[in-house]
Write a protein that binds this ligand. Structure first.
Ligand code: F6P
Length: 367
């Protein structure tokens, strides 16, 4: 029976444990003995478009090497930030990619990445179907943002929450010495899952999310109320993409123009200036930044990444493709890529976790 050949790529913002999923796929492909070649794209689709790839079957032909890969930091294959255009807008890019697939007799394509990467796989899978190409496409979701539609969790999220929570914990220890407001800016431009979980876990007094536009009057009132009740500090956990009620009413273009004119390097500095003006309190800023995507992965992420990688290879062998590997109620399931493409999983302002956080006294700057 004709052997298969596959491409594996990594893309988007790295998360910890990212290589465990890569190792899982390589291991399952080699163990199945159904693959002639397991190729790795260097820097994702961008590298593939420049014919940059490596033969992973040769590099990882022993379990020791795979074990080391599993625990190696950063993305072994390198990454890219690239969203594949629609076929109608750029047919040449599709033709270059499918020409490479044809030259190497590719039968399977795995892509490990965030939303833009899942969108890319969905487009390639739809195009393959439209030209009756037999190539199988599988997406493996990974992003610290945990904003991928169709899966309960993405690996990297829990580890990022741990880093952000540790930052808030450490700020707590210094905050008790001063009558200050501390602003901690946490990753999440479009979606606030990391900020929400770290804010609750770290005991933030105010949590500001992109999904819940804030009212500066409400924030100032919450800070003044704490000061008047004798509290020595206030901690605000603010997502990178937190937005005021006024700005939330602007059109995309108006907001983009307004943000381009802002003098602040990021949302924490804007919030600091607003708080100082409204409360006359001293304000300090802490930004864990990209440390939220590094370090040693927490056990939960290592297990999830390994499980997704292993199941991805099995999906191909079952010839069940055109799907994204997802976790739902702790089961690894396959969700059609067509259902996932272009969607984000937002924090629901009316969800019970928000209601429960408010009951404990946390303000979201909205009421
Ligand atoms: O998408 C993951 C993420 O870490 C976001 O949370 C963050 O806003 C963004 O990537 C940062 O992107 P970059 O690493 O390109 O600065």
């Amino acid at each position: 029976m004709k052997k298969r050949n596959c491409f594996i790529g990594q893309s988007g913002g790295p998360t910890v444990a990212i290589n465990a999923s890569l190792a899982g796929i390589i291991h399952e492909c080699i163990k199945s003995q159904k693959f002639d070649h397991v190729y790795g794209m260097v820097n994702g689709i961008m590298g593939l478009l420049e014919s940059r790839y490596m033969d992973l079957g040769e590099l990882f032909n022993d379990s020791q090497a795979l074990e080391q890969l599993k625990h190696s930091p950063a993305m072994y294959l390198g990454s890219c930030r690239y969203k594949l255009p629609n076929y109608q807008d750029d047919p040449q890019t599709y033709e270059i990619l499918f020409h490479t697939f044809e030259q190497l007799h590719i039968t399977d394509f795995y892509y490990i990445g965030g939303n833009d990467s899942m969108d890319t796989v969905a487009k390639l899978s739809a195009y393959a179907k439209s030209i009756h190409s037999p190539i199988c496409f599988i997406g493996i979701p990974k992003t610290i943002d945990n904003d991928t539609w169709g899966t309960d969790m993405t690996f990297g999220f829990h580890s990022a929450v741990e880093v952000a929570t540790d930052t808030i914990d450490r700020i707590h220890t210094t905050a008790t010495s001063h009558n200050r407001v501390f602003i901690i800016e946490i990753m999440g431009h479009k979606v606030g899952w990391v900020t929400l979980h770290a804010g609750i876990a770290g005991g933030a007094d105010i949590i500001l999310l992109p999904e819940i536009p804030y009212d500066m009057d409400v924030i100032a009132e919450a800070i003044d109320k704490r000061a008047k009740s004798g509290k020595k500090f206030t901690i605000i956990a603010v997502a990178e993409g937190a937005i005021s009620k006024e700005d939330a009413k602007l059109s995309k273009k108006e907001l983009k123009d307004k943000q381009a004119k802002k003098k602040y390097p990021s949302v924490a500095y804007e919030m600091a200036e607003k708080v100082q003006k409204r409360t006359q309190q001293e304000v300090r800023i802490a930004i864990p930044g990209h440390t939220q995507r590094g370090g040693s992965p927490c056990p939960f992420d290592r297990v999830l990444s390994t499980r997704l990688g292993a199941e991805a290879a099995r999906a191909i062998l079952d010839e069940n493709y055109g799907c994204m590997m997802s976790v739902k109620n702790d089961k690894i399931v396959r969700v059609p890529l067509s259902e996932v493409a272009g969607k984000l999983k937002y924090v629901d302002p009316k969800s019970e976790i928000i209601r429960q956080a408010k009951i404990t006294g946390i303000s979201f700057g909205d009421e």
